[in-house]
Design a protein around this ligand. Sequence first.
Ligand code: NAG
Length: 248
Amino acid sequence: MKCKLLLVLLLAGILCCAAQQYGGAPRHDIVKLSLLWPNTYCLTNDHNCRPNVPQYFTIGGLWSEMNNGEKVENCNTGYYLTSSMIDRHKVELLKYWPDLSTYNYQDSKQLWKDKWETDGTCCSDIMRPEDYLASALNLRQSHNMYQILTNAGILANGSSYPATKILAAIRKATRFMVDIVGDTDRVGNVYLSEIHQCLDNHAGGFADCDNKDVNCDQDPIFPDTVFATKAKTSRKASPTKRTTETRA
Ligand SMILES: *[C@@H]1O[C@H](CO)[C@@H](O)[C@H](O)[C@H]1NC(C)=O
């Protein structure tokens, strides 16, 4: 009896992971660009972050999705992202698509390779690996989300803001609807984590997302430097030394 159960579990496990590993041919109804707020990334999920992270939105990913919200991953393709393709974009990648756990360029390469394998392969009918990184970087440069939010009075100062206000500010400035994603820390604070921008099926231009907020049960906090925020939640706020990278 016990054995049978184990066998079923084992089979289920194999089926599940086989499906995840082989997503079939590249396919998509839409392509999504995800922008990360690094402070949130470092505050949640026990991510291992380097001492200083950018104080602007960085690229979280560029992936394909079906209209039903299914993210398409790990497609079969004969294309590989090589080190020399990465080298061509070294400076921009380090600045706008950094591995937040390290400053080391060689170590960071695994992040971009993984992103190509997981997400990029499913867009490989519309962009080759050598175009994938460039596309993400170009799309990221289309809007300065930090500035857009600041202009709307949504400052990264540790205060919380209604999700509807964040969505409206971005919609007004970019003329497209986006989605936002919150993330929760160990003590239940909800932080603004990601902004998702939608692109048309060819990733040729921006398109409307659903204008929805995901995992924002409370108004998300837009956190300033990780350490300032941590100090605020654990102890009485004290003036924290800030090392801020250039805003871009
Ligand atoms: C953050 O900025 C907003 C908008 O200017 C302001 O209303 C809020 O009081 C500020 N919060 C903190 C903690 O300084």
